[in-house]
Structures are given as C-alpha cells and as structure tokens.
Design a protein around this ligand. Sequence first.
Ligand code: ZN
Length: 285
Amino acid sequence: MELVTLRDILPRAQREHYAVGAFNFNGYEDAAGIQLGAEQARSPVILMASQGACQYIGLYETVGIVQGLAKHSKVPVCLHLDHATDCDFIKEAIRAGFSSVMIDASAKEYEANIRESKAIAGFARDYNCSVEAELGKVGGKEDNVVVEDRTAAFTVPSDVPRYVEETGIDALAIAFGSVHGFYKSEPKLDFDRLEAVLKLTSCPIVLHGGTGIPIADIQRCISMGLAKVNVGTELKAAFSNTLRRMCAELPAEEFDPRKFLKPVKAAAAAIVRDKLEAFGSAGKA
Ligand SMILES: [Zn+2]
C-alpha cells in the first residue's frame, strides 16, 4: 500500500467519532512495532518522526523504513513529520516522501503563524502531502520546542476559523491543557475550550501530549469530535525499559541483537494496540 495522508483518514474518524492514534518512533524497531500493533487492531495508523528523529535516523532512511512497512501492510499507514519549525527542512521531508507534515509556527505571532503555515500547506499540496499546524502552544518540551508558561498559551477559540480558512491546513493542534512528556501534576484538560473550537471549525483537531492523560478524559474528547491523538513519551519509556530489562535478563554470553530487540518491538505493538482500541479506531481499517 502507498502511504496515506491525514485527509485520507481523519475526516472519516471525525464523522464516526473515533480518533486515529499517531505514534512517535526513533528507529526501525519501534516503527515496526507501531505498524504491527495497528495491524493487530485492524486500525489505520500514523507513524510520526520528529525533526530530531529524522536527523538521528536519516531523512531518506526514515521514509524508507515506513514505506517498507506500508508496502505489505493490511492497514493504512501515514508517515507524518512531527513538530517541525524549519521550513526548509519541512520541504525537504515532503520531497523525500513524507505523506504528512506538521509545521509548528506556534511560537510566532498569529499573523506570522498564518503566513508560514499557509506557505507550507501550498507547497505540500503539489506533493499530495497533508499539513497539520498549531495554534496556541502545547506545554512541555518536545525536541527544540520549549514552552514556559502553559496557561498563558491556550488556544483562543475565536482565532481558529480565520486561521483554518487562510492557511488551508488539514488538521489543527490546539492547546487546552495537555503537555508533552510525563506529567508532573494531574493533567487538567479544558473541555469547554475544546468544545468551543469544535463548534467553530470542521478542521480535524489534534491532541498533543497524549501520554499520561487519563484514558477516560481522552475518550471524552474523542466523543466530542477530537480526531487525532499523539502519543510519544509512553513509547520512548517502553522502548528503554524493555531494552534495560532484556539486558538484565539475558545471559552474559547472549550476543544475538534480535534477542534483545524483539521484545522492544512487541512492547511498542502492545501499547499501540491498546491505544487504538481505547481511541475507538480498532476495526476501522
Ligand atoms: Zn506534540
């Protein structure tokens, strides 16, 4: 199968009140685990690489891994560039074969954010690549994007309609209480703000920082109309903890890398399967 775009999977999710899971990977093992988990759940899936992950793996290598996984996949696979701030890098990723990108100009003023996101959306259209952008600032730390004061940075609902209209984006990340990374205190989502945004636009809305939010809260957002949920930190932790456990458990004379890494792939698959079931997208492929 060819890689799909957000346009291919999110509008249906919105109509049928489920959300598609988007999962960060940093190499082959977790990418393959994510795809396997999605097949087990018979769900469409979004594999996400951050700018940092692309630099670590190699841009063309990142595309090659996911195109390879999609080739024989029984479920639709989207390859999405997560939180990119460098427009030259985004264009390079689109040319390299990403089927979706996120332009994160959320640190800029409203007008500059519109200009930059619109320029990327225009460029991406020629390559049949979808575009996600961000209005308001999701808290926490994600690669090179750091947000200091999360409460000051929530999305203002009345800013949304003109933003979506002028940029021509396919999905919008909004800030309403989620943060990247592990939560230091109980996360409090602003459901009223989400509802206000959903009333004002038909653009699919994205929740960032899905790790650590109680699943019931995420399900409430999905029932309201949220269409994409990003999960990164939980997979990173599972990768490292599983690898640490295998190093401790396997005998000192074991040297076959696959003995160490197969459980890493299985751990990613198990998390992804669980999430996709919880998000209601299981069986939707
Ligand atoms: Zn994010």
